[in-house]
Design a protein. Structure first.
Ligand code: FAD
Length: 310
């Protein structure tokens, strides 16, 4: 028998740092709040070893920060439940959240489903994740002071983050599969003018090698000549694309043409009562600190929205 849809004031889809902060703020405003996640709470923080740029902690393990944020949200009264959200239907004053296990009804919905960095899928990538392989220079660049690092990719993110890395690394070698970059002209200009940036063109990125604890080198082959090369490196930063987790929201008309959710500066989408926060938004800096700030705004925004409904 199909169960009755449970009702909440606010349903938050995704229990990463953004979602858990939104839950904290909405629950403290005395709203009934459910965080739904298809994985374990914490989101991308569960894949992060040391976090050194979240204020208040000189260094903290990602899962430990997740536990603390979860305690803040649930101690304030927010509930957490498993649910793979497949779609959201807007009926004005209520929204239906469809999951694989049944439906929920809410007055307001906060989308906090994050994003996923694409992997290149080479040997060593998973083994050295967090031990030298990174998808975020702003997060991990400081671990590679005066070291040789490699950036894989040739788009805006690869070059922007590569330029960022030149501030601490000894050298930054961009390994790219084409014979020219895809990044904006201004970024290319800056990259070519930077003495620390080097470029390997027409390369198939083949393997990340190490001693089991740390990366020692990478291997690539020349697409034109077929020659194999090895390059010493301590860090490998991979920028072959980042994908927003928005398949469940395509019907709402709130996504841009690349699939990111568009909001205003109060985290409101164009659908009244539907907010979006964190990495899933169309924005420049995808970090825990930004997700958390946006979570506060959306939690409070949901409260204001519900007050106005009454
Ligand atoms: P996420 O953390 O992505 O959480 C989204 C949640 O939504 C996930 O739990 C997911 O399971 C859930 N979800 C997705 N789709 C659905 C669905 N359809 N139904 C139900 N649930 C769903 N940032 C820093 O500030 N400092 C760092 O040092 C740092 N290091 C990083 C290291 C790595 C390896 C990675 C990958 C990221 C790192 N980041 C770091 C970035 C940071 O983790 C993200 O910016 C942050 O987690 C984004 O938070 P969020 O709340 O937007 O979403």
């Amino acid at each position: 028998m199909k169960r009755m849809a449970k009702k909440y004031d606010v349903i938050i889809i995704g229990a990463g740092p953004g979602g858990m902060t939104a839950a904290l703020y909405a629950a403290r405003a005395n709203l009934s709040v459910l965080m739904l996640d298809r994985g374990i709470y914490g989101g991308q923080m569960n894949n992060t070893a040391a976090i050194e740029n979240y204020p208040g902690f000189t260094s903290i393990l990602g899962p430990d920060l997740g536990e603390k944020m979860y305690a803040s949200a649930t101690n304030s009264g927010a509930e957490y439940g498993y649910g793979n959200v497949s779609s959201v239907e807007d009926h004005g004053a209520t929204k239906t959240v469809h999951t694989d296990d049944g439906d929920y009804i809410a007055k307001a919905v906060i989308i906090a489903t994050g994003a996923e960095h694409k992997h290149v899928g080479v040997p060593g990538e998973e083994e050295y994740a967090g031990k030298g392989v990174s998808y975020c220079a702003v997060c991990d660049g400081a671990f590679f002071k005066d070291e040789d690092v490699v950036v894989v990719g040739g788009g805006d993110s690869a070059i922007e983050e590569g330029l960022y890395l030149t501030q601490m690394a000894k050298s930054v070698t961009v390994i790219h599969r084409r014979d020219q970059l895809r990044a904006q002209a201004i970024l290319q200009k800056r990259a070519f003018a930077n003495d620390k940036m080097k470029f390997v063109w027409n390369a198939n990125f083949e393997e990340i090698q190490g001693d089991g604890n740390a990366i020692t080198s990478v291997r690539y082959s020349d697409k034109v000549t077929g020659e194999e090369h090895e390059l010493n490196a301590k860090g490998v930063f991979i920028y072959v694309g980042i994908k927003p987790m928005t398949d469940a929201f395509t019907n709402l008309g709130i996504l841009n043409d690349q699939g990111w959710v568009i909001t205003d500066d109060q985290m409101k989408t164009t659908v009244p009562g539907i907010f979006a926060i964190g990495d899933v938004r169309a924005k420049n800096l995808r970090q825990i600190a930004t997700a958390v700030g946006e979570g506060g705004l959306a939690g409070q925004g949901a409260f204001n929205y519900i007050q106005d409904l009454a």
